[in-house]
Design a protein around this ligand. Structure first.
Ligand SMILES: NC(=O)c1ccc[n+]([C@@H]2O[C@H](COP(=O)([O-])OP(=O)(O)OC[C@H]3O[C@@H](n4cnc5c(N)ncnc54)[C@H](O)[C@@H]3O)[C@@H](O)[C@H]2O)c1
Ligand SMILES: [Zn+2]
Length: 380
């Protein structure tokens, strides 16, 4: 990843006519989505529009949550056989990441330069529509791998809040806390710039103002739009600045115990922030960055420690109000079960590509310690 640069080649289209622009002049549309989107009829958002322009389409809907290598291989075969002039991903991070990986690996076997790539998120969470990341799971090994490459970036992102209004509360919660984690990690990352900061700051403000409102009033399209924008802004921020160990640890934990991505991030967030701020030892420069966020949210006090703690408390408040688990123990993972896999979890998290941009140095022992605190529920 090239740091000290800001690259956002994806054209972001907003509003209900956006899809027409993505389909303009297209004759063969390859749709990547998941079974729920297909079977619930939500894919007609694209197929009706494609049929209206006389385009042919093929629907690949075998994507599972946290897409596996085998799903990507099957998708590559299908896209190479169909030869589309546009690939459209419809869904949450799982279908979008699958589509990105399918395009990436197909391009290694065939010239795909004539095929556009549009991503249409139906969750407000991953920001995958504008990020150079795609997360693939190796189910046999129980590991998630983030691919990071500019070639993964879609040409077009369509942000339509009407697609998100049907999200169940638990998914709104999980994906919303994912947005918050992206923005916070990008804001303190070693790869941050003024440009990524601008995106992260706006995203944090939007999440602060609209996440709980959206959760409580899910059909309010104005709130949904704001969270959709927050998700996309955070995606642009971390795509350029990188993330940190919250994501490294969430990848390891989520893959081992099959926890949804956002939930794994949310459970870990206060513990990771506490470590990065040096709350239990000596305050770090990252504590100043957290205090800066507190200032943005009018949570600042005269003391840096208190200001940083106020941000950690905000994360805890979100988790509580969103009905999310606040520690690993409470999701039914026994101490023995956890201790048995802890060395492997810590090693996998340390090796994860997101660790490279964590703001504070971290060792395998540090990660084990954070994991233990997160199991127990001891964040201070
Ligand atoms: N590429 C990136 O930059 C990036 C960043 C963060 C996470 N990820 C990855 O993204 C994946 C998680 O994505 P996600 O959190 O968006 O979840 P998801 O795509 O796995 O979807 C979660 C569930 O919500 C359902 N769903 C999606 N949209 C819906 C809607 N509008 N109405 C009702 N149900 C709907 C899906 O069918 C699925 O069952 C993980 O694999 C994670 O590792 C990628
Ligand atoms: Zn994430």
């Amino acid at each position: 990843m090239i740091l000290n640069s800001f690259y956002l080649p994806t054209k972001i289209l907003m509003g209900k006519d956006s899809l027409k622009t993505a389909l303009d002049g297209k004759k063969r549309v390859f749709i990547v989505t998941d079974r729920f989107m297909h079977e619930s009829g939500r894919v007609s958002y694209i197929t009706d529009a494609a049929a209206g322009t006389g385009a042919e389409y093929d629907i690949f809907s075998d994507v599972t949550p946290d897409p596996d290598i085998s799903v990507i291989s099957a998708g590559v075969e299908r896209i190479l056989a169909f030869k589309p002039d546009v690939l459209i991903a419809l869904g949450g991070g799982s279908p979008i990441d699958a589509a990105k990986s399918i395009m990436y690996f197909a391009a290694r076997q065939c010239d795909m330069t004539g095929c556009d790539f549009a991503a249409i998120p139906t969750t407000s969470g991953t920001g995958s529509e504008v990020s150079r990341f795609a997360v693939i799971t190796d189910s046999e090994k129980g590991i998630k791998y983030p691919l990071i490459d500019d070639k993964l970036l879609p040409n077009i992102a369509v942000l339509d809040p009407s697609l998100v209004a049907s999200l169940p509360p638990a998914v709104t919660a999980d994906t919303g806390i994912d947005v918050f984690t992206h923005a916070i990690e990008a804001f303190v990352s070693t790869g941050r710039t003024d440009f990524s900061d601008a995106m992260a700051e706006k995203s944090i403000k939007l999440v602060y103002r609209y996440l709980l409102k959206t959760y409580r009033e899910p059909e309010n399209l104005e709130y949904r739009q704001r969270m959709h924008n927050a998700s996309c802004l955070a995606g642009a921020a971390f795509s350029n600045a990188g993330l940190g160990i919250n994501h490294s640890m969430a990848h390891a934990l989520g893959a081992k115990f099959h926890i949804p991505h956002g939930r794994a991030n949310g459970i870990l967030l206060p513990y990771v922030m506490s470590y990065n701020a040096g709350c239990t030892s000596k305050l770090t420069p990252t504590a100043n960055r957290y205090a800066k966020i507190s200032r943005l949210l009018d949570l600042e006090t005269a003391s840096t420690r208190q200001s940083a703690l106020n941000l950690i408390r905000t994360a805890r408040h979100f988790i509580e109000e969103l009905g999310m688990p606040s520690n690993i123990k409470s999701i039914g993972i026994s101490e023995k079960e956890f201790e048995d896999v802890l060395p492997e979890l810590a090693e996998t998290a340390l090796a994860d590509r997101c660790t490279a941009t964590n703001p504070e140095p971290v060792s395998k022992e540090d990660i084990s310690d954070i994991f233990r605190k997160a199991w127990l529920g001891k964040w201070w």
